[in-house]
Design a protein around this ligand. Structure first.
Ligand SMILES: Cc1ncc(COP(=O)(O)O)c(C=O)c1O
Length: 455
């Protein structure tokens, strides 16, 4: 008789197709199956504890099983789990929209719900496209988008079109629309071959040039404010974002800020745009919106954009886009509770102190011979491992260095997931300081040992 655990492992291998996972390799190993969680710890079937070092894929804000969020969820379940937003409304969807507008950068007034980061951005792309066809002075030639090298905005085909991560996106090229691409602010491997600060953020200058040259055909620029996350936690130099806002505004091009990864306190401000006083035309939110509890997303925009969609139904200005679970009441109720805790419960204010503790660990890790670059913004960190520090030569991908470091960390009770050979640290914002230090210690030891092993 197989044990319950053996059965689960067997069924997982037989039936579950895991996202972003090489399944043959996965099936050859014993799967980690999470059974429950508490605070910043996840527990597997045997009761082993793991610190949730990447916030269950960058979405958990307050830890797991948070009393206020659990309460909001059960209260809402007692009323209704789901009703549609197509043509009718719901109490939590209204209340959350009101609250989001209150905390969003000034001038953002409208909330369009969907269910994931990918749909939040896809919605922004489609609204931007449609806007130029029906705004007061239509400019139907404005159909193109500009994004950055190494961009990641999700996995639907519109998002993949504006994305630029070769190993994820190249295969789908025949299905994609062409996008203008500006060099991203990847200072460690500058696409322009320059060094900071002498470069004077020349990559922003390149973007400005492209926007100027293509303004009459550009619907929008899409950007991940301050940190290009899936690219490898690439932190943009301060001032970069503001320059993008200035040039898009000057040339009448919309700005889509994809804060799916950086929103909700990650960078130390509620929204990353706040660091540079930027008000985008679209603010795309997901992941941390519900504190990491439920799939819910929102694309926020301005009255200027929204009013272009008004008119009698027969005028054909309606935005024909929606999802069955758009604005799901359970998600909205939990999001409200999460936002409340984040903004009034001191969570946001405590981010700088935690970021400082993380920085201390990162400074120590940065001294290790196979560490090429360490990047941090608030409670987001990327540690780039290299074969040769002086030439910045990367390890051969087949060595799976990032995966090896994370496997070693897992054996020490820290759950991480790399981006190639970039180790990501992105714990819940409420992580206790000793746990944060523990992540640093485990990583330091793991990277040092691997470096010694490689000689
Ligand atoms: C910046 C950014 N945009 C969009 C997405 C897509 O979000 P989701 O996985 O919820 O579709 C991600 C996911 O990591 C992201 O980092």
């Amino acid at each position: 008789m197989p044990t319950p655990r053996e059965l689960l492992e067997h069924w997982d291998r037989e039936h579950v197709w895991h996202p972003f996972t090489p399944m043959e390799e996965y099936a050859a190993e014993q799967p980690l199956i999470i059974k429950c969680a508490d605070g910043c710890f996840l527990y597997d079937l045997d009761g082993n504890a793991y610190i949730d070092g990447v916030s269950s894929l960058w979405c958990n804000v307050h830890g797991h099983r948070v009393a206020e969020l659990d309460g909001a969820l059960t209260d809402q379940v007692d009323r209704i789990a789901h009703s549609t937003l197509l043509g009718i409304s719901s109490v939590p969807a209204i209340e959350l929209a009101r609250r989001l507008v209150e905390v969003a950068p000034r001038g953002i007034t409208r909330v369009f719900y969907s269910d994931d980061g990918a749909t939040a951005v896809e919605v922004a792309l489609k609204i931007a496209f449609q806007f130029w066809r029906q705004c007061p002075r239509p400019q139907p030639r404005k159909t193109r988008f500009l994004s950055l090298t190494e961009a990641y905005h999700g996995d639907t085909l519109g998002d993949v079109s504006v994305g630029d991560i070769g190993r994820f996106h190249a295969l789908f090229k025949p299905l994609l629309f062409p996008t203008l691409r500006a060099p991203g602010p990847y200072c460690y491997r500058c696409p322009l071959g320059l060094e900071r600060p002498a470069c004077q953020i020349a990559c922003a200058g390149e973007l400005e040039k492209l926007v100027r040259e293509h303004a009459d055909e550009l619907a929008a620029v899409v950007i991940e404010p301050r940190v290009q996350a899936a690219a490898g936690m690439i932190t943009a130099p301060p001032g970069y974002l503001r320059r993008v806002r200035e040039v898009t505004r000057a040339h009448n091009v919309l700005l889509i800020a994809d804060e799916v990864a950086v929103g909700f306190g990650r960078t130390g401000r509620l929204f990353a745009c706040e660091h540079e006083d930027v008000v985008p035309d679209f603010l795309c939110l997901a992941k941390g919106l519900t504190g990491g509890y439920l799939p819910l997303a929102a694309t926020l925009t301005t009255d200027r954009v929204y009013s272009a969609f008004l008119g009698k139904a027969e005028e054909g200005r309606t935005f024909f886009h929606g999802h069955t679970y758009s604005g799901n009441p359970l998600g909205c109720a939990v999001a409200l509770a999460s936002l409340e805790k984040l903004t009034t419960g001191g969570v946001l204010n405590a981010v700088p102190q935690r970021a400082e503790v993380l920085k201390k660990s990162l400074d120590r890790i940065a001294t290790l011979p196979i560490v090429g670059d360490v990047r941090q913004e608030g409670l987001i960190a990327g540690i780039e491992l290299v074969r040769d520090r002086s030439t910045r030569e990367a390890f051969p991908p087949s060595w799976r260095i990032g995966a090896r470091v994370c496997r070693a960390a897992r054996a020490q009770g820290v759950l991480l997931r790399p981006l190639r050979d970039i180790i990501v640290v992105m714990p819940p914002l409420t992580i206790e300081l000793p746990l944060l230090e523990r992540i640093g210690e485990v990583l330091y030891n793991g990277i040092r040992e691997l470096g010694n092993e490689l000689g």
